[in-house]
Design a protein around this ligand. Structure first.
Ligand code: COA
Length: 324
């Protein structure tokens, strides 16, 4: 039986790191408010020459290096983003060109903050169906470009960055839950909640890019219920439960959402990878960025059972259970 195994992780951040105190010089906010309500202390903000595609390509180079593979070994690129370099062509094709791969499948996926989970399931399905062998799955965003810097209820929450994994199809026989690879994934969407988290522009409506708009308190309420639900569902799909989990790698929107979700599942906060303090909410990039951080610092080790989860605009949400 073919399984998609994560054989390398990588990430990239813009050079400029902005503290809450620096933001408070231009936005009507304080370090205390941001830390208390969100847990965020820093975010990285892209310079004009740092784009979703350049950050993604840097994250891919790091992931390929960690996997010990060359760009030519890749036959599929799936890039999750809500902030592409251009309306078209896809940023995935820009990454492909930057890596020097002249012929492979490459496309973008739009599911906002859960984009990486969507991209992961698509790539996993294609690998298991035999249409790809090695895939780069990327989350990359430059949300700073679509923030209204005069709206303090949103602009303090987001940051820029990219994360990537290399997925490889490996024949794991009947290794069961102990065998490496993606054990189960579950995705959801409920389009009735568009007005709670959206961008007020687009090519087919205003002809502009638009800015992020959010009713934060309502998003918060849905997030905890949906995330706890999809994690339980995804673990149950491979006959596992919260006690089996070594690490949860959540979407990094707000430290209070992470705490509340862990509590709902009866999971110790020590098992939750938290990077929101350093990166803020990087939308589709946040899960692979947090994963790479915890792999690099030695927390997540080969053989660990990890759960990736995210929720975002749409609403969309999903989870993946992976034997790392
Ligand atoms: N600095 C200072 N004060 C701020 C502020 C800021 N950056 N942003 C909002 N406030 C004020 C509000 O104006 C409000 O003041 P008021 O009571 O005088 O009207 C007060 O703080 C409380 O605002 P509220 O929105 O109720 O705060 P909250 O505790 O719900 O926290 C969020 C706001 C956005 C941090 C929180 O709701 C959240 O994280 N939601 C989920 C967002 C999310 O995760 N989105 C992405 C999902 S992918």
């Amino acid at each position: 039986m073919i399984r998609s195994v994560i054989v390398g992780t990588g990430s990239a951040l813009p050079a400029r790191r902005v503290s809450n105190a620096e933001l408070a010089e231009t936005v009507d906010t304080t370090d205390e408010w941001i830390v208390e309500r969100t847990g965020i202390r820093f975010r990285h903000i892209a310079a004009p020459d740092e784009t979703t595609a350049t950050l993604a390509a840097d994250a891919c180079r790091a992931a390929l290096g960690a996997a010990g593979l060359a760009a030519q070994d890749i036959d599929l690129i799936v890039l999750a983003t809500a902030t592409p370099d251009q309306t078209f062509p896809s940023s995935a094709t820009k990454v492909q060109a930057s890596l020097g791969i002249n012929d492979c499948v490459a496309f973008d996926v739009a599911a906002v903050c859960s984009g990486f989970l969507y991209a992961l399931q698509v790539a996993d399905s294609m690998i298991r169906a035999g249409s790809a062998r090695r895939a780069l799955v990327i989350g990359s965003e430059t949300f700073s470009r679509i923030l209204d810097w005069e709206d303090r209820t949103t602009c303090v929450l987001f940051g820029d960055g990219a994360g990537a994994v290399v997925l490889e199809g490996q024949d794991n026989g009947d290794a069961g839950a102990e065998g490496r690879g993606i054990l189960s994934t579950r995705l959801h969407a409920d389009g009735r909640h568009n007005e709670l988290l959206y961008v007020d522009g687009g090519p087919s409506t205003t002809g502009t890019v638009g800015k992020v708009r959010m009713k934060g308190r309502e998003v918060f309420r849905h997030a905890v219920v949906n995330l706890a639900g999809v994690m339980t569902e995804t673990l149950a799909a491979c006959s596992l439960s919260a006690e089996d989990v070594d690490w949860v790698v959540p979407h990094q929107a707000n430290a209070r959402i992470l705490d509340a979700t862990a509590r709902k599942l009866g999971l110790s906060p020590d098992k939750v990878v938290v990077t929101v303090d350093q990166h803020a909410n990087t939308s589709a990039a946040s899960v692979p960025l947090a994963l790479d951080t915890a792999v690099k610092d030695g927390r997540i080790k080969r053989g660990d059972l990890i759960v990736l989860e995210a929720m975002g605009g749409g609403f969309t949400w999903g989870a993946a259970v992976v034997r790392f």
